[in-house]
Design a binder for this molecule. Sequence first.
Ligand code: ADP
Ligand code: MG
Length: 627
Amino acid sequence: MSDIIKLLPDNVANQIAAGEVVQRPSSAVKELLENAIDAGGSKIDLIIKDAGKTLIQVVDNGCGMTETDARMCFERHATSKITNSNDLFAIRTKGFRGEALASIAAIAQVEMQSKIEGVDLGTSIIIEGSEVKSQEPIACSVGTNFIIKNLFFNVPARRNFLKSTPVETKHIVDEFERVALTHPNIHFTMHHNGNEVFNLPSTTLRQRIVNVFGKKMNERIVPIEQETTVVNVSGYVIKPEFAKRTRGEQFFFVNDRFIKSSYLNHAIKAAYKNLISNDQFPSYFIYLEVAPDFIDINIHPTKTEIKFEDERTVYAILNSAVKNSLGKYNIAPSLDFEQETSFNVAPLKKGQEIKMPTIRVDTSYNPFDNTPNKSTGGSSSSSFKMPKSSSFEQENIDANLDFLASVKQVSETVQPSEIFAENKGIEENFKEENNVEVKQKFYQLHHKYILTQVRSGLLMIDQQRAHQRILFEQFLSKIEERNIETQKLLFPQQIELTASDFALITEMLEELNNVGFEISVFGQTTIVINGLPVGVSDSEAEKIIERLLEELKHSTNQTTANYQQRMAMIMANSSSINAGRKLEEEEMEHLFNELFACQSPNYSPSGKPVIIKMEEEELDQRFERKK
Ligand code: ADP
Ligand code: MG
């Protein structure tokens, strides 16, 4: 047999490497921006078209390249940033692997112009699919101008794999923001399809954060600062009251390199314990500075994951640094001179009176109260009796409730027909036995769950999820039938968005307006909500937009059906009653009836259980009661 192993030609090898380095337009953006920073420029412009699919251009005024370097930079493993393996442990530059340009040139049409200080002419190179098409002298200014056209022109599988324009744009904006947030001293601009998305002049870090995320950010963040022998922590974290229900802005930088770390994210979240609720996310901009040999940034080709030598220590330091700064802020609110209106009280609506806040306590409220309801003939049929309170018994009740919470859904799903059949049964039995009219009783537990009896046992319903399910089905059918009505707002609401969110929303405007929103664009990054779908409360407008954006950023599947479902889900989840809301018995009854009129009452729109049923048999077993 003859030998069959051969070395791959360079262009093939480069194309394979490109698969790792350049997954989508935003990866090319990242590499070019990082090269421009490494080149020491003070101004960097990013220009893209069609989310980078047709054009990505990065212009810098950095050191530029000589004629030889301009040719060399497209070779694989060609770098000016390290020379031997020891350098790997002292990396201060963004790049060092020398494969980005070789990879990009393998899968796109690249034009580059570059000139160094002190020479008359620069060099212009055109290279396509690793093949140099031309190289000639050119008159240009000091620095480098990279133009990447038709990314993946020779890898159709890749090109077809790209997500919708809004999603790819969002990825690019993410990369841009990450770079802009680590170099406030560099002037950055970004243009998309001819529109200016960002113009960020050289400034301080705080002002850079504000310039990227909007003026409101200034009053929302507090500085964090901690110097230790292992790591220096600096940056800003959000005041607890401004935590979002969506992940929002969470940035970790290690030696000015953006990284992802769920472990360190946990350190921060833990510092907010008891200050924000479980479903909220703190925003943060945290900069860790460590000795280069303390970390390994080489474990991931795009370098977004790194390994710390002692991650636990970093966790502890970070956690205490955040706690410290939140604590400090609580005692002495930081004074913000730039922001005069630090008390952001919503303006009074026309004709609205100022009222003293009042507290309503329902002193007679007892969730375990089982005394007969006035309107019913008695409740002797109820097998659900909780002991009257004494501290000992209360403990038992709590234990029992824990147990209830841990009971698995006994019968996987409860059929609506089953419920009504069962209940008819109770009623009829009762009527037969007592010869009276009886009304089904509902109990609310912890202002969160609705308990009621059905013939075969006990039904426990999560009030919030039940309401979400009901609203979801209502919204969805209206959206599908296109008969969702708009309710005009008396006072249109202005929402200022970050530039990236604004770009996403504007792409979506038509679809949003199709499902009952009435949104218009106002200025550079502000939208105005003039109307909302009927059924959505106007206090929820901003929340819905926030959720919608979050959903868009993470959406992978963009079919119409999917989209309509997601819309209905967001609207339902934002408009539903919450856990913690006290419900009157009639309200519970109404909710119960509507829930069982739904097609799928058992699960919330996001797939969580709505109903838990506990069979009488199981109760008997728990009580060790023989049948
Ligand atoms: P790396 O950044 O890992 O060194 P790249 O493939 O990204 O590898 O770039 C190769 C080399 O090209 C760099 O080391 C640098 O010397 C040069 N280079 C790339 N972009 C620029 C630029 N914008 N200005 C000056 N030199 C550049
Ligand atoms: Mg590079």
